[in-house]
Design a binder for this molecule. Structure first.
Ligand SMILES: CCCCCCCC/C=C\CCCCCCCC(=O)OC[C@H](COP(=O)(O)O[C@@H]1[C@H](O)[C@H](OP(=O)(O)O)[C@@H](O)[C@H](O)[C@H]1O)OC(=O)CCCCCCC/C=C\CCCCCCCC
Ligand SMILES: Nc1ccn([C@@H]2O[C@H](COP(=O)(O)O)[C@@H](O)[C@H]2O)c(=O)n1
Ligand SMILES: [Mg+2]
Ligand SMILES: [Mg+2]
Length: 276
């Protein structure tokens, strides 16, 4: 235990295909948000509170405004709250209290927030937006985003490094769709034709998610074949460890305490992101 199966006996696999925002923007926002995170800590606020309130704000912004076509104000409210996702981890690290529970809560509530955002778009197009195809594209963005996240979570839970993030990970999905929604909201203030940005963004997120899904599935396929070859296991033998549910030592959830001295709850791939 401790190290992903596929990386045992060789150097740690670098994370390939790192998405642009996680690579370049995270460090910038970490610097900008660190004083605010320190302020919240001094006021006795906990990282879990920030995670919960941030998610509640995103969900409220998305489900109150988007179904009514109020994209400008919806985006403003969501933007105010969505950065809590960078603040909570920042606080936990400053406090030296990064935890597995915190990692679980953070990722789980990310899924809730994403569902509300793309669900809000779907509700608009199903109602007054009156466009069945864009309603379907919004639902596709919602579902494919969840599946993209699941591939990494499941791959890591069966002990693989999943050393790829792919073209469009969560930060890209959010930035592309929210910038477009915010700008589309200017239609209400008299800017003609700008609402077309939202459909364009949804199509980009939908296609990008498919590409990302393929990148991750191909990576997990390769890594699991390598891991099975290295350990002499057959992944598809009858009654065998077909899916990691039988928790032998090779398939047990990782103890990442060796991976990242600052954050024992990070997965191996998150560790490589954090250190690059
Ligand atoms: C003139 C006005 C125009 C009006 C329109 C403009 C409005 C502004 C619009 C949008 C800004 C949206 C910003 C959204 C930023 C989102 C940042 C964020 O939440 O990033 C999340 C991520 C956190 O990492 P985690 O480790 O918690 O997440 C993991 C990850 O998501 C995995 O993803 P997946 O596998 O699904 O791919 C999950 O698997 C895992 O479970 C999960 O835990 O942070 C990053 O990734 C770091 C990068 C942050 C980049 C932020 C970029 C912000 C860019 C532009 C902001 C512009 C702001 C302009 C404001 C203007 C206001 C008028
Ligand atoms: N309530 C929380 C939230 C997060 N964490 C830790 O932060 C990591 C995520 O960092 P972000 O910069 O992406 O927010 C997460 O893996 C946890 O280790 C926490 O402990 N408690
Ligand atoms: Mg977070
Ligand atoms: Mg998060």
């Amino acid at each position: 235990m401790g190290q992903p199966v596929a990386s045992r006996g060789r150097a740690a696999t670098p994370t390939l295909g790192k998405a642009m925002l996680n690579k370049y923007a995270r460090a910038f926002f970490t610097r900008v948000l660190t004083p605010f995170a320190a302020f919240l800590i001094r006021r006795g606020v906990s990282p879990d509170t920030v995670t919960l309130l941030g998610t509640a704000g995103v969900v409220a912004g998305a489900l109150v405004f988007f179904p009514r076509g109020e994209f400008f104000w919806g985006t403003i409210v969501i933007t105010l709250f969505v950065f809590s996702d960078l603040v909570d981890g920042n606080m936990a690290r400053q406090m030296g209290r990064s935890s597995r529970w915190g990692a679980f809560l953070d990722s789980t509530l990310d899924r809730v927030a994403d569902s509300a955002i793309f669900g809000g778009f779907a509700l608009w197009y199903a109602g007054s937006g009156d466009d069945n195809i864009l309603c379907a594209v919004s639902i596709f963005c919602l579902a494919s985003g969840q599946v993209v996240s699941y591939t990494k979570a499941r791959g890591e839970s069966i002990g693989l490094p999943v050393a790829v993030n792919g073209l469009v990970e969560r930060a890209e999905r959010l930035v592309i769709s929210l910038v477009a929604a915010g700008l589309a909201g200017f239609e209400t203030f008299g800017v003609p034709g700008i609402h077309v940005l939202l459909p364009i963004a949804l199509w980009i997120v939908a296609v990008g998610s498919v590409v990302t899904l393929i990148q991750r599935v191909v990576t997990v396929r390769r890594e699991s074949a390598e891991a099975d070859a290295a350990t002499g296991q057959e992944g598809d033998r009858p009654g065998g460890q077909d899916n990691g549910r039988e928790q032998g030592p090779e398939s047990a959830p990782q103890d990442n305490s060796q991976d990242n001295s600052q954050d024992s709850s990070k997965t191996s791939s998150q560790s490589s992101e954090a250190t690059s």
